[in-house]
Write a protein that binds this ligand. Sequence first.
Ligand code: MG
Length: 239
Amino acid sequence: MKTPLPCLRRFALVTNAALVLAASAAGNPTAKEPAVVTAGVAGAPPSDAIVLFDGKDLSAWKGDKDPAPGWRIADGYAEVHGGGITTKEEFGAIQLHIEWAAPAEVKGDSQGRGNSGVYFQGRYEIQVLDSWKNPTYFNGQAAAFYLHNAPLVNASRKPGEWQAYDIVFHPPVPGADGKVAEGSFTVLHNGVLVQDHVPVKGDSTTAAKFSGVTPKGPLFLQDHGNPVRYRNIWLRKLD
Ligand code: MG
């Protein structure tokens, strides 16, 4: 008697091929083996990260007023002082990890309390602000895409406590037809999703240092007159 197995085997092969095609069509290509990286523990940089501040020096940055940033470095952090700082290197699409703390001593209110900011390409700001029981306009509070989009929730910790942003940024890019292909922000604030693939259309705010749409630009950390502290800054290039 003839066994039905070869027929079943053929069916299985066809089914597997169909599954692979279906997976490809769903945007999950399997043609390239994912690169192996060593994940960091508790915010530590992974093996393929570019470290922008490890708590010791700001040599990856230049100052607004002086080539050497005037920020005070102590105990593994850098404190805003004497102007903003800009990375020497320019970046396109990135994953950024950055930790910050608003001053423990509360002074001022609204936008005058623990204000700084992380500017992607020197123009698109994810707001840094002490938003612990500190009302302000929604698209200007901590983790807002400043003047564009309020965060989904307020995941702020108390002033003086360390907070973390993990941000995936895809820049808008100039298209050949003269139109801008929009980019996006996805932001986790202290591990909580606060910006979920929010469009970046290329229009900037008046507070931005640079304007225009370019494939690459520097990171900029703002001096808004408040002694905000930063530590453990690293990124991964996604281009
Ligand atoms: Mg700001």
